[in-house]
Design a protein around this ligand. Structure first.
Ligand SMILES: Nc1nc2c(ncn2[C@@H]2O[C@H](COP(=O)(O)OP(=O)(O)OP(=O)(O)O)[C@@H](O)[C@H]2O)c(=O)[nH]1
Ligand SMILES: [Mg+2]
Length: 351
């Protein structure tokens, strides 16, 4: 199968607090991680997104031309796109529109290995699809259920919607069962202290788990290498050990459908005695990434959880950059092993 050729479009709203560059770079990395190739990137500067079309009508026509010329097979939209904007834009650029949530969900779908992971991704995808159907639904219902808008029983849309609802209900039941299994497992290991690794995707959480526990979890230079929670026992010092949990990485504006669907996976965090919050100190974008992680933790009700802050990948930093790291963050390199003993000690102290 030929890879998807992505024409990427972004509206740059020129927000001082949210510069486009890092988000665009991250978006392109996601496109690549999904296995698509970038056919072109178009950025439009605007004070606000166009309410009807997202971009201006002239820009939309230009996109159609570029798509045709460069053989794009899908339009990838960085900004949030509303159902109505999607419908209108599709009329001018005759390509399937992939939004950021669909893109992230697609990567998750490709990476999911465990049954739980697969169920969770499917649930998130269906919820996202339903949300977009809903937009189309209002367009249809505004036409009124008059002649020609209804078939013998119901419109295709309503059939789709009902099918989605049934499947969502089945998935929710399955996941509830998974959740109860986890509760049982958790009860079984009661008493053993648990430290959970959290952080932006690609920060090095799985690498750190491997360092701390001599395990061989999957590590890769790509977003969302890990989807499933892994638990391993780590030696912390003479006569002391703890369980370490590695889990799915976070990303700015993690789709709400995903957070909801990954409830069972993320629940592990609620039971941790301490969170080890890892950031990639070699990425100039780390402050923004860490802020996103904090926001998601707050959404999960974990704003007040005890945290050990870890600055990873310091092997890539020179002396000056190291000196500029926040003083409360423990500098670590999972690559060279630097700082790992100090981290063991700190975890041990906090448990
Ligand atoms: N130079 C350097 N690279 C590192 C270090 N730690 C991890 N990496 C690299 O960073 C990339 C991501 O590492 P992972 O451990 O998969 O990151 P993760 O946080 O588990 O990522 P997700 O599972 O995708 O959320 C890999 O290419 C690692 O080899 C480090 O200390 N130094
Ligand atoms: Mg990982």
């Amino acid at each position: 199968m030929n890879p998807t050729r992505a024409l990427v479009v972004a509206v740059d709203l020129d927000l001082p607090k949210r510069p486009l560059a890092p988000e665009l770079e991250e978006f392109l990395a996601l496109v690549e991680a999904a296995g698509a190739e970038v056919a072109g990137v178009v950025v439009q500067q605007r004070a606000a997104v166009d309410p009807a079309l997202l971009v201006g009508v002239g820009k939309a026509r230009e996109l159609a031309e570029i798509a045709e010329r460069d053989g794009a097979t899908a339009l990838f939209v960085l900004n949030d796109i509303r159902p109505r904007q999607r419908t209108n834009l599709e009329k001018i650029v005759p390509l399937p529109i992939v939004d950021r949530t669909m893109l992230i969900l697609d990567i998750f779908a490709q990476r999911a290995r465990s049954r739980e992971g697969k169920l969770q991704v499917e649930l998130a995808q269906l919820r996202h699809r339903a949300a977009n159907l809903a937009g189309l639904g209002t367009v249809l219902s505004r036409l009124g259920g008059g002649v020609g808008t209804r078939g013998p029983g119901e419109t295709k849309l309503e059939v789709d919607r009902r099918r989605i609802r049934l499947r969502v209900a089945a998935l929710e039941r399955d996941l509830e069962r998974v959740r109860r299994q986890r509760d049982v497992q958790r009860a079984g290991r009661k008493g053993e202290p648990l430290a959970a690794l959290v952080g932006y995707t690609n920060a090095g959480k799985s690498s750190l788990l491997n360092r701390l526990t001599n395990a061989e979890s999957y590590v890769a230079d790509q977003p969302f290498a890990t989807l499933d929670t892994t638990l391993r026992r780590a030696y912390l010092g003479p006569g002391r050990s703890a369980l370490i949990a590695d889990t799915v990485g976070f990303i700015t504006a993690l789709p709400k459908e995903l957070v909801a669907a990954f409830k069972a996976t993320l629940e592990e965090l609620q039971h941790a005695d301490v969170l080890v919050e890892v950031f990639d100190a070699s990425n100039p974008d780390w402050p923004r990434q860490e802020e996103s992680v904090r926001e998601i933790l707050a959404d999960l009700g974990l704003a007040a959880a005890p945290v050990i802050r870890v600055a990873n990948k310091i092997d890539r930093l020179d002396t000056v950059a190291r000196a500029l790291l926040p003083p409360d963050a423990l500098p670590v390199s999972t690559l060279s092993g630097e700082g790992i003993e100090a981290l063991r000690t700190r975890i041990s102290q906090r448990l």
